[in-house]
Design a protein around this ligand. Structure first.
Ligand code: C2O
Ligand code: CU
Ligand code: CU
Length: 461
């Protein structure tokens, strides 16, 4: 798939990039893009009365904007890098062309400081997604670069309001400033947790909603570490989609386990009375924590959850299990690894983890061998074995997969891009390899990803 010519071009250095920018691409750039993002540093008030310095966002003036695209409609996004370092933007969960996937070296040259890169793609599926850098990933995400991305269905399902909730922590000290973004001893275990929980960059925000209305809450867990159990408390609420894919049957919005990278769409029936507060709660081992509140206001609209149209299924191909090949992946410790090499996209300086006994060496030009080669159009069963005592949300770019079975629990037949592998769990998932290219495959606990638990699958003709 990636022939030498494309590799050379990707790594061809400034001269060929400049020639490219001045050539065919230059003409297209003349037209404004549908969306524009500027990666920039900023100071922002996360805690009341305290300015947190050294944050990063997709806009110089505030939290990352919610991007809204339409299913099946081509869109363009100009990403300008106003940081002092290289970056690249990945559209988590979108099944788009490989060269628009935003992974350094694997799909494009990093966007260096001061450069602009135009992404252009057509989202084939609708749902709740998110976007984040894939270069110096831990630091850039920890400082704020995680945004919610919505792909709207062609037909509106009938909500009165659509409310994306970007759920994540920041590692701040009592003075509101960043503390060390990770600790090596945590990176070798469950990862370093943030100290301040936020929704849309606010601590315990209150949203005023119309009494008796139907609201689509789009939960996106964009945290770098935390696996959490979430709940909507104080109202009738149903989970209608997970990881962008509609559920065959709605689930109660309680005890909802979401890992970094995962999303849930919740249909909320706002109570009729102003005194009835609704809460988004994170249930932790040491007690429940309210993340956000929703307050009914005005006279009731008297809506009913049954008035909602079912979400249309996304056009994800059904794997042919009879003729599928099985591919094995073992997620484990790293064999005595070399310290990863530094690169334009940074390194945490440690190697702790591996996939099939190989630790990803870092975001480097390569070329590297894929973990597996998949034949375009063929069905596969991936057997994912976690031989560690830690949780690993395993994420695959470019294709969605279906959960089949686990040695530990009963799995619903969900279609997803990020599956949470619990401690010592083995899970089988299935997919149709229908999108050609080199697709990143990694744990979404970013400290794990950046200390070895990463690789890629090659889908080729
Ligand atoms: Cu959300 Cu490779 O990542
Ligand atoms: Cu992704
Ligand atoms: Cu992990």
């Amino acid at each position: 798939m990636l022939g030498p010519s494309r590799r050379e071009f990707l790594l061809g250095g400034a001269a060929s990039l400049a020639a490219f920018a001045a050539g065919s691409f230059g003409a297209r750039q003349a037209q404004a893009a549908d969306h524009a993002l500027t990666l920039a540093g900023l100071d922002y008030r996360i805690l009341p009365e305290m300015l947190t310095r050294g944050m990063m966002s997709f806009s110089p003036d505030g939290p990352p904007p919610v991007l809204r695209f339409k299913q099946g409609v081509k869109t363009t996004i100009d990403v300008t890098n106003a940081l002092q370092e290289a970056s690249v933007v990945h559209w988590h969960g979108l099944r788009i062309a490989n060269r628009m996937d935003g992974v350094p070296y694997l799909t494009q040259h990093p966007i260096e400081a001061g450069q602009t890169f135009r992404y252009a793609f057509t989202p084939p599926d609708a749902g709740t997604y998110w976007y984040h850098p894939h270069c110096n990933t831990l630091e850039q995400m920890a400082r704020g670069l995680t945004g919610v991305l919505v792909v709207e269905e062609e037909q509106d399902p009938g909500f009165d309001r659509d409310l994306p909730l970007n759920i994540r922590d920041f590692r701040l000290g009592g003075d509101g400033q960043f503390i060390d973004l990770f600790k090596p001893r945590n990176a070798a275990r469950g990862g370093s947790y943030g100290t301040v929980s936020t929704v849309n960059w606010q601590v315990d925000p209150v949203y005023d909603l119309e009494a008796g209305s139907l609201v689509r809450l789009r939960l996106a867990v964009t945290d770098v570490t935390r696996v959490g159990s979430f709940e909507i408390d104080g109202a009738e609420a149903q989970v209608i989609a997970l990881d962008s894919n509609p559920l065959p049957m709605p689930l109660p919005a309680s005890d909802l386990l979401l890992a970094p990278g995962q999303r849930a769409d919740i249909a909320l029936r706002v109570p009729d009375d102003e005194s009835e507060e609704v809460r988004l709660v994170l249930n932790r081992p040491n007690g429940a924590k309210v993340l956000a509140r929703f307050r009914p206001g005005g006279s009731s609209l008297h809506r009913d959850l049954r008035e909602l149209r079912a979400l249309p299924l996304n056009p994800v191909a059904e794997p042919d299990l009879e003729n599928a090949d099985v591919l094995d992946f073992v997620f484990g410790w790293s064999p005595e690894g070399d310290a990863p090499q530094s690169s334009l996209c940074g390194s945490l300086g440690y190697t702790f983890w591996s996939i099939n006994r190989v630790a990803w060496p870092g975001d480097l030009p390569g070329p590297f061998d894929p973990l597996a080669r998949l034949k375009l159009g063929k069905s596969y069963i991936l057997r994912l074995r976690n031989e560690t005592p830690n949780d690993h949300p395993i994420h695959l770019h470019g294709v969605s997969f279906k959960l089949l079975r686990s040695n530990k629990r009963k799995l619903p037949p969900l279609v997803t891009d990020t599956a949470l592998l619990r401690s010592q769990e083995t899970m089988e998932v299935a997919l149709v390899a229908d999108n050609p290219g080199d697709w990143a495959f990694h744990c979404h606990v970013i400290e794990h990803q950046k200390t070895g638990l990463a690789g890629f699958l090659r889908i080729e003709d």
